[in-house]
Design a protein around this ligand. Structure first.
Ligand code: HEC
Length: 119
């Protein structure tokens, strides 16, 4: 009986102690949640990714882009590995996108570009 009472007291004390930092931390915790909610969703659409990352330099009919810095990609018959290579490594004027896009975006984009250049 006595033991369980002490146990209860200890539990109540612990709960009380746990409440203090929670109460003190209320404002910063709320601020964090807001930042997360405002974060942009990760784009995982090949055409959208191409238009925003590649279209300024490349012309590709399926993306309706008209860039003239890099080679024309319309009808270029590119396979996925070579597009992946270019996105990850760049070449000369073309930058690498390894730090700009995440692995999923790079895969999505390479698959989409390969398909779009083989139409
Ligand atoms: C700053 C301009 C620029 C941007 C942005 C750019 N590229 Fe390029 N790209 C180039 C240039 C220039 C080359 C030619 C490189 C060379 O051969 O020296 C090239 C080459 C390529 C090639 C090889 C084409 C071939 O026929 O061999 C592919 C594929 C390619 N780019 C895809 C992309 C993709 C996908 C993106 C977006 C993630 C992209 N590029 C963004 C300038 C750019």
């Amino acid at each position: 009986m006595r033991k369980s009472l002490i146990g209860l007291l200890a539990a109540a004390l612990l709960a009380g102690a746990a409440l203090v930092p929670v109460a003190l931390g209320t404002a910063p915790a709320k601020a964090k949640v807001k930042v997360k909610a405002a974060a942009k969703p990760v784009v995982l659409d090949g055409q959208t990714l191409f238009r925003s990352n590649c279209g300024g330099c490349h012309t590709l009919a399926d993306a309706k882009t008209h860039g003239r810095v890099g080679p024309l990609l319309t009808g270029d018959d590119l396979d996925v590995p070579s597009v992946l290579y270019m996105i990850e490594n760049g070449d000369g004027v073309m930058p690498s996108f390894i730090d700009t896009l995440d692995a999923k975006q790079i895969k999505t984009l390479a698959a989409w570009v390969s398909k779009a250049t083989n139409d």
